[in-house]
Ligand binder design. Sequence first.
Ligand code: ADP
Ligand code: MG
Ligand code: ZN
Length: 657
Amino acid sequence: MPPRRYWLLFAFVLLVNWLVMTYLFPSGEAPVTIPYTEFRDEVARNNVVSIYSRATSIEGRFKTPVTWPPPKPAPQPGQPPAPRQRPIPGENDGPSRTAGTFTTELPAFFDRNLESFLIGHDVEISAVPLQQGGVLSTLVYGFGPALLIIGFYVWMYRRAAKGGGGGLGLGGGLFGLGRSKARRYDATDAEHRVTFDDVAGIDEAENELIEVVEFLKNPQKYTRLGGSAPKGVLLIGAPGTGKTLLARAVAGEAGVPFFSMSASEFVEMIVGVGAARVRDLFRQARENAPAIIFIDEIDGIGRARGQVALGGASEQEQTLQQILTEMDGFTGREGIIVLAATNQPDVLDRALLRPGRFDRRVVVNLPDKAGRQAILKVHVRKVPLAADVSLEELSQTTPGFSGADLKNLVNEAALLAARRDEAEVRQRDFLDALEKIVLGPERPLLLTPDDKERIAYHESGHTIMGLVVPGADPVNRVSIVPRGQALGVTYQRPQTDRYNYPEDYLRARIIGMLGGRAAEEVVYGTRTTGAENDIEQATQLARSMVTRWGMSDTIGMVQLAPRQNVFLGTGGSFMGDKPFSEQTAARVDAEVQRIIDECHEQAKRLLREHRAALDRLVRSLLAKETLSEQEILEATGLPPAPALQSRPLPHPEGGTP
Ligand code: ADP
Ligand code: MG
Ligand code: ZN
């Protein structure tokens, strides 16, 4: 459900709530229930102003409020109580109340004198129930709920039609439903204008789109030699990589009208609206050509048919079909380009990807190290930085971060610095913010000194491996402050974003992962559960070495695991049967085992060798809880890890551990 529908739902719930409240629990003072005899007595005393007669009861209003049951007078011996004060079950027990209104049950016999009796005492006999006195409130109570429901629907329709029939009143709103709600951006809107300067670190995608912009500005240059214009460009990339940003930058740079709409906005509750909106969107674009149409998150409607979630399937299909029809109708001379973005290319309907539709695909990758640095630079433009801030170090420490993640990092760091009453944002703020983002907020845990020491040894084990294993990623921060699920954490920063990983480097990583448990074994001779995550990661990496990268001599260069999703870097899986035998599976297991065992032994050997440095590091860590790279080097007295001798091969294919 899109957020707007939540609003509607919310309003609806409020309405229902209001109805229930007014009908079941009418507001205002509750009347006292009095016996019929008391009622007659009050009339006789001229204390009743008006009554309303129901079938079996009478409601009414007193001149002066009455307390019922009456406060018990102190019993007078020898004097019988007045008959009307005889307790009536259910009416006279319970606490006394005073009220200006009352109800009373009529007796089963008909009191034929009642009417003249009432008139004789100037009681107004009213047709209006007590609770609903005036004409106005009668109207409100009688028609209010109906009016509200009608008003609610009108309001809903008008919301749905907003942007199309704005200001046309009820009729316009209803008929405007099929109009598109596309937002139109023009390059002249300086305040919200996004340009290619705001986009960083995704240069290839940016260049492709610059070409699209060029094309719209100067079509002859491209079509001169018979080439035809691109009709559709599909931006594909993980969430937060900057697809929407890029499209908005195109809008800011193109100098042509830019109509932007999110796919979910096409599809309303009412069938047929989506297709009408698409038609209207394309009509607007044609009238304003040259123009760009941007459909964000197109997987919302472009899902392969048959994969659609329950309900709304046909509505989505119609909408999708309309987009295809419109795009097929292009001759290429309209000067309209359709941009679309998705982070789930594999669920898109094949029909969208056919030539003549979204025939250009632009993959927006997660930024590499240089890209991350460039993106950080964009987002710190308005942040005062202390002299010690190194965007380079931050970009090294954030592999796998998207543009949105990096923006968030800058924001968190700035907030943290503000909370600490600093004038500028320091590197420490960035690293603390990073830790919070990656692992969650600090979690105060009551740990015994023994537990703490054990955790310190575990993390120090990882850290020492980062210093003494050749080629290992250097450790730039280690902490034993519990956060999220982690009791402690060691940060390693890859020296470069690598595209090709030597076997030695992978082994160095496995040794580092196993270093935590190895330290516990070397120091205490016993094990804890604290290594679960380490074991999982090490096993995966070792398995990939054997099954994907041909790094086991006994298995050889055989692909035994599917390639990862090229677009998103997520793992794939073989459908159905594994394409290898049980024997091969057993040999793979044995090889994975061998690699892990070898790395484990090596970790323990290295830790025994550097036991003194390990102990020094633990003492320092217990004292300060979090150590920076410099503090680690000082505490251990070790030099930074020696670099690997083997260099990455210049090779077109990449591996992704
Ligand atoms: P997507 O549409 O791919 O999910 P967005 O474009 O919505 O990602 O990105 C969200 C925010 O993250 C952007 O508004 C921008 O501030 C920031 N961002 C993402 N990628 C980049 C980038 N390459 N350069 C600069 N900022 C970026
Ligand atoms: Mg987006
Ligand atoms: Zn660990």
